[in-house]
Design a protein around this ligand. Structure first.
Ligand code: C5P
Length: 221
């Protein structure tokens, strides 16, 4: 059994994909299964913290002791995160939030014609960028799923989004999305750890240990 090294802390985790509807039955989304975020929620609960999990649509059970808030769109995930963040000690943003959404959502199902169809897209709000300027921020951990230049891209996001830590993983060759195992490169200002490939359950426990270590170190600095 894990020690309760996060006892008395409140931790917010975002997980899964978002859905961006363009009519009542059709949406844009991505390959996120939510497995990593749910494994993190379970590991944080094991470590003794109060866990709130803001989740996009996934086919996973809520881990024991975890409070889940279900959302669909990037905007709903943003609103739920902003509503919760003030009382949190740590935020782990594991969700694969859509970067673009259709500019219009039709009220009725769009009928097909013989013509092609072009969807116009607009940017969604970047949740972490919204939080960057908060006066009283929690310890924030972001994720970066990359298909190229993993460390350079992750380091740029760490800086741009004002994060305390970022966990980066490759999404290539069956690794990352949907799989039951993964590997992570964890970066923070001035440091780096490689967590080698293992089950998402084990990986989540290792990452939570690392987060707790730097969270406590920052608090006592
Ligand atoms: O820029 P990119 O989407 O790759 O950054 C990934 C990180 O940013 C993840 O932690 C993800 O949850 C977060 N994110 C966000 N809001 C968005 C898009 C991504 O908070 N709209």
């Amino acid at each position: 059994l894990t020690e309760p090294f996060l006892a008395g802390r409140s931790v917010l985790i975002t997980a899964g994909p978002t859905r961006e509807f363009w009519d009542p039955v059709r949406f844009l989304s991505n390959r996120s299964s939510g497995k990593m975020g749910y494994a993190l929620a379970a590991a944080v609960a094991e470590a003794g913290a109060q866990v709130t999990l803001i989740s996009g649509p996934v086919a996973l059970d809520v881990p024991p002791g975890v409070h889940r808030i279900q959302v669909e769109s990037a905007q709903q995930m943003c609103d739920a995160t902003l509503a919760q963040v003030a009382v949190m000690d740590i935020l782990i943003a594991c969700a694969a939030v859509a970067d673009y959404r259709p500019t219009k959502q039709a009220a009725q199902k769009i009928k097909k014609t013989d013509q092609g169809l072009t969807l116009a897209l607009e940017r969604t709000t970047d949740i972490l960028e919204q939080l960057a300027n908060l006066a009283d921020k929690p310890f924030i951990v972001g994720f970066a799923a990359e298909t190229e230049r993993l460390e350079i891209n992750a380091y740029r996001k760490l800086k741009l989004k004002g994060l305390d830590m970022i966990a980066a993983n490759w999404v290539q060759g069956g690794q990352g999305f949907e799989a039951d195992d993964n590997a992570l490169t964890v970066l923070w200002p001035g440091g780096k750890v490689e967590l080698p490939r293992t089950s998402k359950t084990q990986l989540a426990r290792a990452l939570i240990k690392l987060i707790a270590e730097y969270y406590h170190a920052k608090g006592s600095a």
